[in-house]
Design a protein around this ligand. Sequence first.
Ligand SMILES: NC(=O)c1ccc[n+]([C@@H]2O[C@H](COP(=O)([O-])OP(=O)(O)OC[C@H]3O[C@@H](n4cnc5c(N)ncnc54)[C@H](OP(=O)(O)O)[C@@H]3O)[C@@H](O)[C@H]2O)c1
Length: 239
Amino acid sequence: MYSLQHQNAVITGASSGIGRAIAIDLAKAGVQKLHLLGRNEERLKTLVAELQVHNTSCHYNLVNLEDVETIETFCNDFTSNNTTLDILIHSAGVVHLSSLEQSDIQNLDHQYAINLRAPFLITQKLLPLVKASKGDIVFINSGAGLEAGPTWSQYAATKHGLKALADSLRSEVKKDGIRVISIYPGRTATAMQEDVYAMENRNDYDSTTLVQPEDIAKQLVTSLSMSKAAVVSDVRVRT
Ligand SMILES: NC(=O)c1ccc[n+]([C@@H]2O[C@H](COP(=O)([O-])OP(=O)(O)OC[C@H]3O[C@@H](n4cnc5c(N)ncnc54)[C@H](OP(=O)(O)O)[C@@H]3O)[C@@H](O)[C@H]2O)c1
């Protein structure tokens, strides 16, 4: 197994759900440094406090991924302050459900900004650091990134786009020793999925019937821990 110790990681969407579970498992796996991104300072502070029991240095950054300038400032500061980045994980995401006929175009822009543009820009800006460490880039995609049902057109379009981004990038950076991993979760017990149930007018939300965020984290840590020649390119975890 490939050790994750001495590695530095950046995680977007670390304040909640899947990103939070990944941060916890990476700390348990002994990574050296975690940079946790989100907007909710309260939740990020709580996570940093919770991770203090591990041998991992944790920092949080308040970054609104809707704002290109804020992303660029974060990436520029990160690059000038940090010499290494081994694992870049994109977990932040948003969802709006509606039939195409009734969709609000602003919701499409919102999902595009968080689910596709932000991962694109952050990856582009931080790629030199990941190249230098022959590291890993992880995209938390969705089953909707592979197939699109009714009312999912906007979200699924951004996640299909994220798949394309990952697939193209994988072939570009293979020569640099970088692994690109896409994970496609099914319905997972997080705040987002509770919102999805509400948007679907369902009142039968039961977290025990869903994939757990810890399942995704466990799968990712296993994939990252494999020998460097083994690329777990696409993982689907469904209910
Ligand atoms: N839950 C599911 O069923 C499911 C299924 C398939 C795929 N996914 C994907 O899994 C990923 C994680 O989702 P989750 O279920 O863990 O959702 P979640 O619990 O709602 O977490 C979403 C995260 O995205 C961050 N975020 C949202 N808007 C942001 C913004 N403008 N700027 C910065 N950060 C922002 C949130 O941070 P702040 O609130 O701090 O801003 C939060 O940490 C997403 O990419 C989602 O599409 C989820």
